[in-house]
Design a protein around this ligand. Structure first.
Ligand SMILES: Cc1ncc(COP(=O)(O)O)c(C=O)c1O
Length: 407
């Protein structure tokens, strides 16, 4: 790398390799149960149905499905997507308010790129999704965290911060939230706070990016209404994805928002990849039409509910005296806070040695360091692995306490 550093653009200095990923490489080829990833369980993939669809799409629509497509996405797919979203409680005015993207990660990148100038303030939940932080850092924004609790973002604290910033003459343009089954915390923003957040958006004139990969398969209670559906002023840009409800390998996501913004995202996307895979869009369209996405949602909901329950039960048995954790109503993660001030990053190699891995929480925080927290994924490991993994984790923590926190 050094040999080429003089050639690299300055902005590459803000692109961070994840040190955690380096640590997790230590798990390769070992008997390590990983709670570190964020992968769906492959048994939720409807392999037979998707194979049939793939064959049909190429045979019957190959002339279009193998061809270039409009940057905003295949029109018929956007129309299908609009109906799908409406049937899942996401209000869509017109399919032209949708741009299809290469996973929702690209949607996040594009919307950030068209909204954020250097030094612009972006408010985020703390903790928040790491890959979003990386986008905001790359664009040299000023990131302002607001704490979350069991009901999501503390909108009272947000209001205080907004007032403070306004008094300092600083304008807030944008807030990024992942309000339903948040990554990493697993918490869901309450309905009252959603309403209040929109009220604040109106009062302080900012836009909201609502990142919603998990709202489609909550396990307990009804779907919590997305911000998008209670947004009366066109302040929400809603991001969605088929990664957890069909297959992440298709790389199909979308942004739904005010057409004026979506159209600028379209311009930005032209320079990135011209358009997302036409073949994937055709497969996803057929999967929606043939009920495969809804069937995958049902599979995911049933399976992940069981897995979540097993993880919570095992944590209760093994760690109730030593830690607290969130109780997600959906999504893929439980967020755990140790009662002792143990640095979970330093603990990770020891956990790996015992055969279990997790993501240390500090990386999800901006200001509070969160060094005694960790994110645990329950969607990917098997039920047996969840039980055994939590036991290994508990043993690691207990040993650490016994050796370093005696007396
Ligand atoms: C909060 C959040 N946003 C966005 C993504 C990106 O998903 P994809 O690009 O696969 O749609 C993820 C993936 O786990 C996520 O957790």
């Amino acid at each position: 790398m050094d040999r080429y550093s003089r050639f690299l653009a300055e902005r590459t200095g803000r692109m961070r390799a994840s040190e955690i990923r380096e640590l997790l490489k230590l798990t390769e080829g070992k008997d390590v149960i990983s709670f570190a990833g964020g992968l769906p369980d492959p048994s939720t993939f409807m392999v037979d149905e998707i194979s049939r669809i793939a064959v049909d799409v190429v045979r019957l629509h190959g002339d279009k499905a193998l061809q270039y497509a409009p940057t905003k996405g295949v029109t018929a797919f956007r129309d299908t997507l609009a109906k799908f979203l409406t049937s899942h409680g996401v209000s869509v005015r017109d399919y032209d308010d949708i741009i299809v993207t290469t996973g929702s990660q690209e949607a996040l990148y594009l919307v950030s790129k068209v909204l954020i100038d250097r030094s612009d303030v972006v408010i985020v939940e703390e903790p928040t999704y790491l890959a979003a932080l990386n986008v905001f850092r790359e664009l040299e924004s000023r990131i302002e965290p607001v704490e979350i609790d069991d009901e999501g973002m503390r909108v009272d604290m947000l209001e205080d911060r907004l007032k403070q910033l306004q008094n300092e003459g600083v304008r807030v343009k944008l807030i990024y939230v992942n309000p339903t089954c948040q990554n990493p915390s697993g918490t869901t923003m309450s309905r009252d706070r959603r309403r209040y957040l929109l009220e604040l958006a109106s009062r302080y004139d900012f836009l909201i990016i609502e990142d919603d990969p998990y709202g489609y398969f909550t396990f307990d209670g009804d779907r919590v209404e997305p911000l998008k559906s209670i947004d009366r002023e066109g302040r929400v840009v809603y991001l969605g994805t088929f990664s957890k409800i069909l297959a992440p390998g298709l790389r199909i996501g979308w942004a739904l928002g005010p057409m004026e913004i979506i159209n600028v995202m379209e311009l930005a996307k032209q320079s990135v990849d011209l358009h997302s895979s036409t073949l994937s869009q055709y497969i996803a369209m057929e999967a929606v039409k043939r009920g495969v996405v809804d069937a995958t949602i049902e599979r995911a909901r049933t399976l992940y509910k069981v897995k979540r329950d097993v993880m919570l039960e095992e944590l209760e048995q093994e760690l109730s005296k030593l830690a607290t954790w969130t109780k997600p109503i959906g999504g893929l993660f439980v967020f755990l806070t140790l009662k002792h001030m143990i640095d979970t990053k330093k603990l990770l190699p020891k956990a790996i040695e015992r055969g279990v891995a997790y993501v240390p929480g500090a990386g999800f925080f901006i200001k509070r360091n969160g060094s005694n927290t960790m994110r645990l994924n329950y969607s990917y490991p098997s039920i047996t692995q969840i039980r055994e993994g939590v036991r290994r984790l508990a043993a690691t923590i207990k040993e650490e306490i016994a050796t370093t926190h005696t007396g």
